[in-house]
Design a binder for this molecule. Sequence first.
Ligand code: AMP
Length: 360
Amino acid sequence: MTALPPGSVIGILGSGQLGRMLAIAAARLGLQTHTYSDTSGPAFDVSYKHTLGPYDDTQRISAWANEVDVVTYEFENVPLQAAAAAAALKPVRPGARALEAAQDRLAEKTFIDRLGIPLAPFAAVNSKADLEAAIEKIGTPGILKTRRFGYDGKGQARMARPDQAQWALDEIGNAPAILEGFVKFECEVSVIVARGLDGATQFYDIPLNTHVDGILATSTVPGPLPPNQVDRARDIARRIADELDYVGILTVELFYAGEDAGSPLVVNEIAPRVHNSGHWTIDACASCQFDNHIRAIAGWPIAPTTRHSDAEMTNLIGHAANDWPELARETSTCIHLYGKRDARPGRKMGHVTRLKPLTT
Ligand code: AMP
């Protein structure tokens, strides 16, 4: 295994806040970043170099890939042709299989199901007849979700009754979809695993995640899972990562339905990237998710994921970021602002992490 030496260039597809925090982590390790994106995002501010270009321009992607040593991505909707054009020239980590599995909810669920890992019941929906058959099989309540480009609860219609089928299809614009049975969960958690080029894995502590309007609001550690469920949750993430021969940070979002449920842990979705529910690791761990993603893709050993503090991460969504003067006066609060100018509703503008002495 050859580790990239300091001075090497990490190519990042995407220019959002995740790319920004990856670029900052790379800089700490003496690595440079060259970001490629179709929009000028917050990662550009902190990258050594950036290229503005469409993701379907494989010639531009190839020219960019020629200038970097390894390629990674900060969002899962990178077109597969772009990843393939880059992979023809440089290693792409995590690889195309992880992208394929995460881009399409049907492919994702089918892949996880084949591994024997519990999921909400699901069925493919391409028409009203499919949806009616799916309701027959799965029942209501359920959630109709677009197969592609859904995030933060977008592209979803919650159905309480079978007679809402037409409404739900209209709501998601009649896009190819899946119907998912509604999981009665106690809470939502996420496993963040770092897997190195050598296949070694390390896990961060599993946070409790709360959402408002489908968008992550807070992540808190220590989380609620009892130790036996922590082991099971980690085992689920390890199996998924091993199956994908994964390199980097992988996130598995899970519903916890309680100790007495038939399936206490049910996978919601996977993200082949660093994740919002792991932002607390920047301030509460010696090596954060961004450091370990960069280390993994650069062929360095994964660093310990040990947590030195309890932590609560709160997202600053939309106008919440205007409270920065008050937050700045809370001088022990760790403030992370992404440098976005326009505080649109629902837009992730930054986050804060509040640390407390370690309890467990
Ligand atoms: P997603 O974009 O699929 O992560 O969904 C956004 C949020 O909707 C999740 O974080 C859950 O709070 C909720 N949700 C999604 N799928 C289900 C489900 N099958 N059962 C219950 N709640 C769900």
